[in-house]
Design a protein around this ligand. Structure first.
Ligand code: SF4
Length: 350
C-alpha cells in the first residue's frame, strides 16, 4: 500500500484527509502544528491525538518521504552532512551548519542538476528531477530534529538554498517551500534569514524580484568576463553578464537587499590580479557583496587557489571599494562540496 505523505499536504488538504478517515477537521490542525510548527517527526510524540488516530496514521501515512542513508560530521566546525534517499530512489544531500549567529541548513532543491558548471560534482550525472516543496521542507525538519525540539531552544534559524540543484529551475515548488517555512504556524523563518543561490537564470531573477520577498539572492559568478564564464558555467551562453548584471541590479532595487556574488577561487584559472580588477569594474555601483571561497578539492580535477593568491585577490577588490569577504569552505573535512557524497554513493535508483 502506498502511504500518504503528510508533509506534502496544506491545511485544507489535511482537513479533507481527516474527514475521509471519519475524524473531525481540527485533527488536521493538530497534526499540521506538530509537524510543521514543532518539527515532530514521530506520531508517538503527538500527545494530544487519541491512540487510535495515531495508530491509524502510523499504518496509512508517513510524515517525511525520505530516509537517511549516510551522514558525516566535521569534528572541526560541527557541520553535519546527510545523504537522503527519496521515495523513488533519487538521492539528495543536506548540510546542517552551526554558525555563530544560529543554525543554518543548506537545502537541495533538485536531485542532480543540468546546469553543467565545470567545477561542480552535482551536475556530473545530470538532472534526476525537481524536489517537491515537502521534500525540501523535510530536509529542514530532519535537521531541526537533530537539534532537538524547537521549544527547547535550539532552532534552525537560517535556510540556504545552496545544496544540489538550481533553485530557480524549480521556481514554483521553491516558492511554495519558502512561503511555507516563513509562516508563523510553520517554522516561522524570517525571509531575511533565507538565501537563494542561483547560477544566473536572469529571467527568473527578475521574476523573483517581482515577488518582493526580502530574501538574499546569492549569484554564483565565478568569472569576471563572458569568455571565462562561458568556459566555467555554460549557463552564461544563455544569459551573459550583460543580462545577468542588470537582473541583479533590478533585484537589489526592488527588494532593497544587497546581492551576494559568490566567487570560487580556482588556482590559476580565475584568480589572477587582472580578474580581480575586472570584477571590481563589473560590480561597481551595485548594492552587493563579494564572497571569495577557495574551491573545495573535488573529483573534477580543479584546485582551490593558494592562500597568497586569495589574499592578493581580496586586497585588489578592497582597494577598489568592493565589499569582499574571504570565506573558508565549511565542512571541508566531510566532502561538503555539493554533490560529493551523493556521487560517491551513486545516484542509481534502488
Ligand atoms: S553549481 Fe549549482 S547550478 Fe552549477 S552545476 Fe552545481 S548544482 Fe548546478
Amino acid at each position: 500500500m502506498t502511504r500518504v505523505d503528510l508533509i506534502e499536504m496544506n491545511p485544507s488538504e489535511l482537513e479533507g484527509f481527516f474527514r475521509g478517515m471519519g475524524e473531525p477537521a481540527y485533527r488536521a490542525w493538530q497534526v499540521y502544528r506538530w509537524i510543521h510548527g514543532h518539527g515532530v517527526l514521530h506520531f508517538s510524540e503527538m500527545t494530544n491525538l487519541p491512540k487510535k488516530v495515531r495508530s491509524l496514521l502510523e499504518s496509512q501515512t508517513r510524515i517525511v518521504s525520505m530516509d537517511e542513508i549516510e551522514r558525516q560530521v566535521d569534528q572541526e566546525d560541527g557541520a553535519t552532512k546527510f545523504l537522503f534517499r527519496l521515495r523513488d530512489g533519487e538521492t539528495v544531500e543536506t548540510v546542517l551548519l552551526p554558525q555563530s549567529y544560529g543554525n543554518s541548513v543548506c537545502v537541495s532543491t533538485q536531485a542532480g542538476c543540468r546546469m553543467g558548471c565545470l567545477f561542480c560534482v552535482s551536475t556530473v550525472g545530470g538532472l534526476g528531477r525537481n524536489l517537491t516543496p515537502g521534500e525540501m521542507e523535510a530536509q529542514v525538519l530532519i535537521a531541526q530534529s537533530e537539534l532537538g525540539r524547537r521549544e527547547d531552544g535550539a532552532r534552525v534559524s537560517h535556510v540556504v538554498l545552496m545544496g544540489i540543484g538550481e533553485p530557480l529551475e524549480n521556481y514554483d515548488n521553491v516558492l511554495v517551500f519558502l512561503k511555507r517555512i516563513h509562516e508563523k504556524d510553520n517554522l516561522g523563518i524570517s525571509y531575511r534569514n533565507i538565501t537563494l543561490s542561483t547560477c544566473g537564470l536572469a529571467p527568473e531573477i527578475k521574476r523573483l524580484a517581482s515577488e518582493a520577498l526580502p530574501i538574499t539572492l546569492a549569484v554564483s559568478l565565478h568569472a569576471p568576463n563572458d569568455e571565462l564564464r562561458n568556459r566555467l558555467m555554460p549557463v552564461n551562453k544563455r544569459y551573459p553578464l550583460s543580462e545577468l548584471l542588470p537582473a541583479c541590479r533590478e533585484y537589489a532595487e526592488r527588494t532593497g537587499r544587497r546581492v551576494t556574488f559568490e566567487y570560487a577561487l580556482i588556482n590559476e584559472v580565475n584568480d589572477l590580479p587582472e580578474h580581480a580588477r575586472e570584477l571590481s569594474r563589473l560590480v561597481r555601483g551595485l548594492l552587493c557583496h563579494v564572497n571569495l571561497i577557495p574551491l573545495n578539492p573535488n573529483e573534477r580535477g580543479l584546485e582551490g587557489s593558494r592562500p597568497d593568491r586569495v589574499k592578493e585577490f581580496a586586497r585588489i577588490l578592497e582597494n577598489s571599494g568592493v565589499n569582499a569577504t574571504v570565506r573558508r569552505s565549511l565542512g571541508g573535512n566531510i566532502e561538503a562540496a555539493c554533490g560529493q557524497l551523493r556521487r560517491r554513493n551513486g545516484r542509481e535508483k534502488s
